[in-house]
Ligand binder design. Sequence first.
Ligand code: FMN
Length: 183
Amino acid sequence: MKVLAFSGSLRTGSWNEQLLAIAVKGLLARGVEVDAWNFKAANIPVYDPDTSDANPPAAMVDFKARVRGATGLLIACPEYNYSYPGALKNLIDFASRPPEQNPFKGRVSAQLGATNGPGGTLQAQVMLRHVLSALGCHTLPGAFTVSRVSEALDAQGLKDERQKKNLDGFLDRFVDELKLRSR
Ligand SMILES: Cc1cc2nc3c(=O)[nH]c(=O)nc-3n(C[C@H](O)[C@H](O)[C@H](O)COP(=O)(O)O)c2cc1C
């Protein structure tokens, strides 16, 4: 049972990377193997239908193999203009081609999101879920999201006990679903 974990942020010091790291710790504590993938380091180019399918960059070939090799995906996703970042859409679109090799089909996806705003990335999560389910992912209902994140996190992780409990419950549900799908 392996989970590919990555964030949809390219920002150094990303809140979503920080939230992802907390959730990854929780998965490891539950005995789940985690493949942590660095989106920024992969430097994925813009998908171009004229050239990308015939000649994908090594980083994309590697990413697709990692998706295929995982039972689940854990994605921490920022909100940009009430949606999710274009860079993440480009990554998913690129990896989804050609359709007969779509690696997302059959994976279990779980979504996280952090923002310093009040909305907790909820609108981004809805749109990300829409795309993942179109690609055949079994999307875990709900998302673990954090608003006003600069107040919610410190070096030790989430400060609020109720939020910690919510994350625990979310990860438990994810692991249950991973177990079901890896039978
Ligand atoms: C182009 C752009 C649009 C944004 N739109 C939203 C938004 O709609 N809702 C929101 O909560 N934050 C929005 N933000 C603020 C991001 O939540 C903030 O930059 C956050 O730090 C991004 O996550 P990260 O720290 O993981 O990179 C926007 C930021 C950018 C750069």
